[in-house]
Design a protein around this ligand. Structure first.
Ligand code: BGC
Length: 235
């Protein structure tokens, strides 16, 4: 059973084919996210990622916005009209295999968590993604990134990649630290995982003991969980 896992991001669209154990069966493919990132262009690129990877039996897709039952609701860092876009159906039709789709951060976390107690993930990339898990089950589509942090600024406004480039890594790290300190007493998670393309810029020694930096590649492997875990309810 080979699963094509696609991770649609604001900067790149990545994919690989994994076996049932999560072992990659091919070299990862990455194509820049087309701009403007309209549904037509983005889906054409995701399909191209799949075609370059060759044979697979089913598809998982992580998407940078709210996804309900395979249908997109929001896409804050993409362009054009995404609300109502039938993401899973479209990829299924174009690539000829069954497809399931979910929020990118939710999938990232599914690959990182241990599966007991309350666990959380924050993804630090183009935007800020978030995921919440209880005994291994995901509370789908938590959108902390768009919660107000201070004044008109959201969490995402504080730590997005565009802002990091403006304020520099040192200040950006302090901002991430402040977000972690704010979330800890609210969610009382057992473990928090920091992923996404910019997590590698953090310094592990600066973080509390129950916070771990995880590999951005989990964005792809998490896709497997949409099919593999009996307990997982497809969002
Ligand atoms: C979106 C989230 C997404 C995150 C990371 C945010 O802007 O609202 O749904 O997980 O970016 O891609």
């Amino acid at each position: 059973m080979r699963t094509l896992c696609i991770d649609i991001g604001g900067t790149g669209i990545k994919g690989n084919v994994l076996d049932i154990t999560g072992t990659a069966l091919a070299e990862r493919v990455r194509i820049e996210t087309p701009r403007p990132a309209t549904p037509t262009e983005v889906i054409a690129t995701a399909v191209e990622v799949g075609r370059r990877l060759g044979a697979f039996d089913r598809i998982s897709c992580g998407f940078p916005g709210v996804v309900e039952h395979g249908v997109v609701r929001t896409a804050p860092n993409l362009d054009g009209e995404w609300n109502g876009y039938p993401l899973a159906d479209e990829l299924e039709k174009r690539l000829g295999k069954p497809c399931r789709a979910a929020n990118d951060a939710d999938l990232h976390g599914l690959a990182a968590i241990e599966g007991h107690g309350v666990e959380m993930v924050l993804t630090l990339g183009t935007g800020m993604g978030s995921g919440l898990y209880i005994d291994g089950r995901c509370v789908w589509n938590l959108e902390l990134g768009h919660h107000n942090y201070e004044g008109d600024e959201t969490y995402e406004d504080r730590v997005s990649d565009a802002v990091r480039k403006k304020i520099g890594n040192k200040k950006w790290r302090r901002r991430v630290g402040a977000i972690v300190s704010r979330l800890a007493p609210i969610f009382n998670y057992r473990r928090l995982y920091l992923g996404g393309g910019n997590a590698a810029r953090l310094i592990p020694a600066d973080l509390p003991a129950n916070v771990a930096i995880v590999d951005n590649k989990l964005g792809i492997t998490g896709g497997l969980k949409l099919w593999a875990e009996d307990r997982t309810i497809v969002p």
